[in-house]
Write a protein that binds this ligand. Structure first.
Ligand code: ATP
Ligand code: ATP
Ligand code: MG
Ligand code: MG
Lengths: 258, 258
């Protein structure tokens, strides 16, 4: 069974794309089959994997009922990692689908046929920094949500907004089964007290749902997208690559069938 | 005449709030009268100034036609700096106003009466990380736009989206007079090549619309919001405070009537 994981947090710049791309790359390296779907009109996941944005190559047309999602799948340079890219027009989707009756379910309805034939262990959804219609569509289609949290004070404040939304999607029936997969602490700067204070605070509220592996701040991680490469290709031995490999190991441990 | 400046960039975490809050604080320190309006449901500008979020204290009710924007103004601990805070319910505004005919103009229509009586030199608008209805309302009401850009590769890619939007608002007649006030480079890490490469690239495209003053990465700037203080109060002598004071001086020079 394919498991669908959304990477979402309305706070901007917390490492959603960096985590979705590099965790996917590290799982692919271990032979897991991954499909990454870029739901952000900014198309950062698309460019971070070295793929050019192209008109009509995204979830946009299938969301409007034109063609299937499977047709949008492309292979990346990494074995076992496929991508559905994003495009600029996707920004218009929010207004286009807002008017339809089942506007929260549009994405899930096009994803289900893909999952029926899919050879994937995991489908990752990279969401934009908002709790708007695109993110809500992703959360309605997902089995679980991973929340990257930057080790900064302002990132702490927004956590209650996204966890509130999970409860709303559960109770409203839009996605009763949606659960919190976990919280990943990112851009941890070992030199500052602030980072450890934020980490403590998050652990206090979320306990063991906080992944033990945290991602340190590492300039190699922010350089890799400019070469269109996941960290495992760009600089396989750097601290960023090691951290995402450790995260992949912990992810597999947490997802083992009991 | 009061000038309205929006701080917007759909890329998340680039320093919109940090720049709006601290530039406002540095201009207030020089005796300019500033009103900061928090248009982001995350309410980061509100908490960065030490103000509690409260239900019905934001632009939300006035946007729906209940009460005036002037009634929402509160004083901050800083002389010459007033705030209209944000609240969680503001997230619902996008859906509420999307259905109205003139959905792009709702905010401008409630701002105009405020500007008629306002004692402010500048009104700053802190926008959320998206080009959705709240940001577009801010841009429709603004005279000019300041775009904070993080010195990172992924932040570079999104610049064309926001500049395209300015042109669309100009040509569609929504806001023919909207101009680019300038681009402010933030979180400049002097230790990496990446930052200088991004700076060069932005200067190549935008020339002298890039502010000469850039803001260095400084942990004091990310600590200040956890104390609810602008940098001028939290640590007046640190590099972050000096950088925003230099930015305030350059801002005043650029805005001098010819
Ligand atoms: N561990 C890290 N160390 C250093 N830089 C990082 C790290 N993780 C991410 N970055 C950089 O920080 C910036 C923000 O990360 P990213 O774009 O992944 O966040 P995001 O949450 O996806 O942003 P958005 O809200 O715009 O979608 C990027 O420039 C990225 O390269
Ligand atoms: N020059 C700087 N040096 C160090 N940290 C900074 C600097 N500027 C901002 N920060 C920190 O980086 C994070 C992102 O900044 P900020 O929240 O201002 O960006 P934003 O663009 O308003 O984010 P959002 O897209 O979520 O609205 C915050 O935690 C902030 O404290
Ligand atoms: Mg992203
Ligand atoms: Mg902000």
């Amino acid at each position: 069974d394919t498991r669908v994981i959304a990477f979402a947090n309305q706070k901007g710049g917390v490492g959603k794309t960096t985590t979705a791309v590099n965790l996917a790359a590290c799982l692919a390296e271990r032979g897991r089959n991954i499909l990454l779907i870029d739901l952000d009109p900014q198309a950062n996941a698309t460019s971070a994997l070295g793929v050019e944005k192209q008109q009509d190559h995204s979830v946009y047309q299938p969301l409007l009922g034109n063609g299937s999602l499977q047709d949008q799948i492309i292979h990346t340079t990494l074995k076992h990692l496929d991508l559905i890219p994003s495009e600029l027009d996707l920004a218009g989707a929010e207004v286009d689908i807002a008017r339809s009756e089942r506007y929260l379910h549009c994405f899930r309805e096009i994803l289900l046929p893909l999952l029926d034939h899919a050879p994937y262990d995991y489908v990752f959804l990279d969401c934009p920094p908002s709790l708007g219609i695109l993110t809500c569509n992703g959360l309605t289609a997902a089995h679980a949500l991973m929340i990257p949290v930057q080790c900064e004070y302002l990132a702490l404040e927004g956590l209650s907004m996204i966890t509130r939304l999970i409860r709303q999607l559960n109770t409203s029936g839009a996605n009763p089964g949606l659960e919190l997969d976990g919280i990943v602490m990112t851009m941890f700067d070992t030199r500052t007290n602030l980072a450890s204070q934020v980490l403590e605070e998050v652990k206090k509220h979320f306990g063991d749902r906080v992944y033990e592996t945290y991602i340190p701040r590492s300039v190699r991680l922010s350089e890799a997208p400019s070469y269109g490469q996941a960290i495992t290709l760009y600089d396989s031995r750097c601290t960023g690559a090691q951290a995402y490999r450790a995260l992949a190991r912990e992810f597999i441990r947490r997802h083992k069938p009991d």
